[in-house]
Design a protein around this ligand. Structure first.
Ligand code: AHM
Ligand code: MG
Length: 335
């Protein structure tokens, strides 16, 4: 079997020459994410044992309850990246503003900016449901040597040089792309090593799973309602099944393996949808396209949207190519 016994560390070294800009920095960056993922994994696994779960008593910029582990994961990912002096800026779903990072020499010579959702789906932690970390990496667009600006963060998704997620599930995995396909690595917790377990992951072109919070049905746009009805129709033997964990990373991960579509549309309650373009949709869209799937806002390719603000939300249709095409067709027809 390809990749048997290959560790993530070995894989990163082997693939370094494939990177567009092969200075080794991107490899170091992914290595830091691997390290932070292990630390967060350790803490997430202890969630029921230590008194770490529960609301922290703070609300993040979107006005949602922030859980303690969100704060923890945010700190770990931030500190790991800052300490290694690989990036020049980080924007996190948990922070109102981006941060600028300079090296020990006081210069701003690093090339990459990172955007992340350190612990997505964290409301699921206290019920033992999988959560994840999502990350997205860009080269800065402003000149090296100067502090990063908003412009470095408000880049369209097509500029991503790498993206991925960590899923803290029944096993812990890192799944990422640097633009040459998608590979998944599973953690052996006994020795703390990620092994290549899912080489060249691909979304099946078609699938039978649709993942959407149907509790919001009455608020959905007509196109989405029609698509759901299409999935539920009995005639023509359409064996669709509904699966919604409510944890984006887990829903997308399952659909990538089994074939399916994830939809978080606009609704009367959430006029721009719920998910964030920079921290959630762009990285998931990059992974999805690299795995042969499709990601759109119902009409346009997610990765071509020009962001206008850090915490911007967009409707999200993502998954098996033909399923997303079909859903888009319903959206167009109902327009
Ligand atoms: P979060 O970033 O606050 O955790 O919210 C994102 C999560 C996704 O993981 C999930 O797909 C979605 O919110 C679920 O939302 P809802 O409960 O409205 O269906
Ligand atoms: Mg999130």
């Amino acid at each position: 079997m390809e990749g048997r016994n290959k560790t993530l560390g070995e894989f990163i070294i082997e693939k370094q020459e494939d990177f567009k800009y092969s200075s080794g920095e991107l490899s170091r960056l992914i290595n830091s994410i691997r390290l932070a993922a292990k630390v967060v994994n350790h803490e997430v696994n202890k969630a029921g044992l230590v008194d770490i779960i529960g609301a922290f008593g703070e609300r993040n910029i979107q006005g949602e309850d922030q859980q303690k582990l969100d704060v923890y994961a945010n700190e770990i990912f931030m500190q790991t990246l800052i300490n290694r002096e690989i990036v020049c800026g980080i924007a996190s779903e948990e922070n109102d503003e981006y941060i600028t990072i300079k090296g020990q020499d006081g210069c701003h010579n690093n090339k990459y900016v990172v955007m992340m959702d350190p612990l997505d789906g964290s409301s699921n932690i206290d019920v033992n449901v999988s959560v994840g970390t999502i990350f997205s990496i860009y080269r800065r667009v402003t000149p090296e040597g100067t502090p990063v600006t908003t412009e470095d963060f408000l880049q369209p998704g097509i500029n991503q040089v790498a993206a991925g997620y960590v899923i803290y599930g029944t096993s812990t995995m890192i799944v990422y792309t640097t633009g040459n396909g998608v590979n998944g690595f599973t953690l052996n917790p006994a020795i703390g090593t990620f092994y290549l377990s899912h080489p060249n992951m691909e979304f099946p072109k078609d699938g039978n799973i649709y993942s959407i919070n149907e509790g919001n049905y009455v608020h959905f746009p007509q196109g989405v309602k029609n698509y759901i009805k299409y999935c539920q129709r009995e005639e023509e033997d359409r064996p669709y099944t509904s699966r919604y964990i409510g944890s984006l990373v887990s829903d997308i991960h399952r659909n990538m393996i089994k074939g399916g579509i994830y939809i978080y549309p606009t609704s009367a309650k959430a006029p721009n949808g719920k998910l964030r373009l920079l921290y959630e949709c762009n990285p998931m869209a990059f992974l999805t396209e690299q795995a042969g799937g499709k990601a759109s806002d119902g009409f346009n390719r997610i990765m071509e949207i020009k962001p206008t603000e850090l915490h911007q939300r967009v409707p999200f249709f993502c998954g098996s190519y033909n399923m997303v095409e079909k859903a888009e067709q319903f959206m167009r027809e109902a327009k």
